[in-house]
Design a binder for this molecule. Structure first.
Ligand code: BDR
Ligand code: CA
Length: 343
């Protein structure tokens, strides 16, 4: 078993032994699983907590899938992350799963044995509170990475604003400036719980937590080929079989020769920030609209526009919106991490 503190991180010939503390909020989910593996295995990241929310699949499936992925990662490295179950439905909306994308079990129907462990005995909101406070007290503020509908994160913000304010940063997968998927206007995670997304952006603005939106404008670019997926499976390791199986399932499901690693790109952006191009822009969540509910309204009009004359007032949140990505670099990072080539 590799000890990440002892191994250290090779970064342009600089070896760091201070990995970034992160927590992932997930609805595992094929690409959430890809993200969890990267967060658990890459030595630049210290995966401290994983919270589960209903989204791609019902909550019970999400918890099982998440525990399975974390236990698989733990077979090759030290993973200290607790896993906790959170909200099983959006704040107001009716849950709508995405099993047509992620499989009947929510994670590629790979026929894996169930996990050995159980989730924490307490709620996801409590795990987020405890982890945020602990990391802040250690002087290493937590980076929270929501990769799912933001119900848990909104509940955390409203229940424990003093703890939420101690987050180092929020990097969420959701929304899109120009691209949508769940509807013609909205991305799935924001569409699933628009009120939660609005609450989180409001809390970040009010409490001074920097926030990055890793949305659909960049989400699809990092891809892994079916051939690479097959090679991972053939490697015979538990991590390779899981990761490669997910890629192969996604290729089969969409009749494609390559699959996006989706949510994993948001995690990768923490390790290789230069692979992503961002612009700081005002963003609102559309909470009404006949056909646009759940859209992230990204104001790209630029400096020439006098926002004080905006009839709807100033946007509450200025967000680093990801608008460009080196997809090949991100995919290469993921593949090499899964293959254990960083050690
Ligand atoms: C998002 O929706 C889910 O299906 C994926 O896991 C990702 O978080 C993309 O819209
Ligand atoms: Ca997800």
């Amino acid at each position: 078993m590799r000890n990440r503190a002892a191994v250290g991180v090779r970064d342009n010939d600089r070896v760091s032994v201070d990995p970034l503390p992160v927590a992932l909020d997930v609805d595992t989910g094929i690409d959430d699983a890809c993200a969890l593996l990267l967060a658990a295995l890459h030595p630049a990241l210290d995966l401290r907590a994983v919270t589960c929310v209903g989204g791609n699949a019902p909550l019970a499936d999400v918890v099982r899938n998440t525990l399975t992925v974390v236990e698989t990662a733990a077979s090759v490295t030290d993973v200290y992350a607790a896993v906790a179950a959170g909200a099983d439905r959006p704040l107001l909306e009716t849950p709508v799963d995405a099993r047509h994308v992620h499989g009947d079990d929510g994670m590629g129907d790979l026929g894996l044995p169930g996990p050995v462990g159980e989730p924490a005995a307490y709620h996801a909101v409590e795990l987020l509170r405890k982890t945020t406070v602990t990391c802040a007290a250690e002087g290493r503020p937590l980076t929270l990475v929501p990769l799912a509908p933001m119900t848990n994160v909104a509940l955390f913000a409203r229940t424990h604003p003093e703890a939420f304010a101690r987050l180092g940063r929020v990097v969420f997968m959701g929304g899109g400036a120009q691209v949508s998927n769940a509807t013609a206007a909205a991305e799935f995670n924001v569409f699933h719980d628009p009120e939660a997304a609005a609450i989180v952006l409001d809390a970040c603005a009010t409490l001074g937590v920097p926030v990055t939106m890793y949305g659909l404008d960049v989400f699809y670019a990092p891809t892994v080929t079916r051939t690479a997926g097959r090679a991972l499976v053939a490697s015979g390791t538990a991590v390779g079989r899981l990761a490669g199986g997910l890629i192969e399932f996604a290729c089969r499901r969409f009749g494609a020769e390559e699959a996006t690693i989706g949510d994993a790109g948001a995690v990768a952006s923490l390790v290789v920030p230069d692979a992503v191009r961002t612009e700081r822009l005002p963003v609102r969540i559309e909470l009404s609209g006949t056909w646009t509910r759940g859209r992230t309204i990204v104001d790209t009009r630029g400096d020439g526009v006098d926002l004080t004359h905006d009839p709807h007032g100033l946007a509450p949140a200025l967000i680093d919106v990801c608008l460009g990505i080196d997809g090949a670099a991100v995919a290469a990072l993921w593949l090499s991490t899964i293959a254990g080539e960083w050690s």
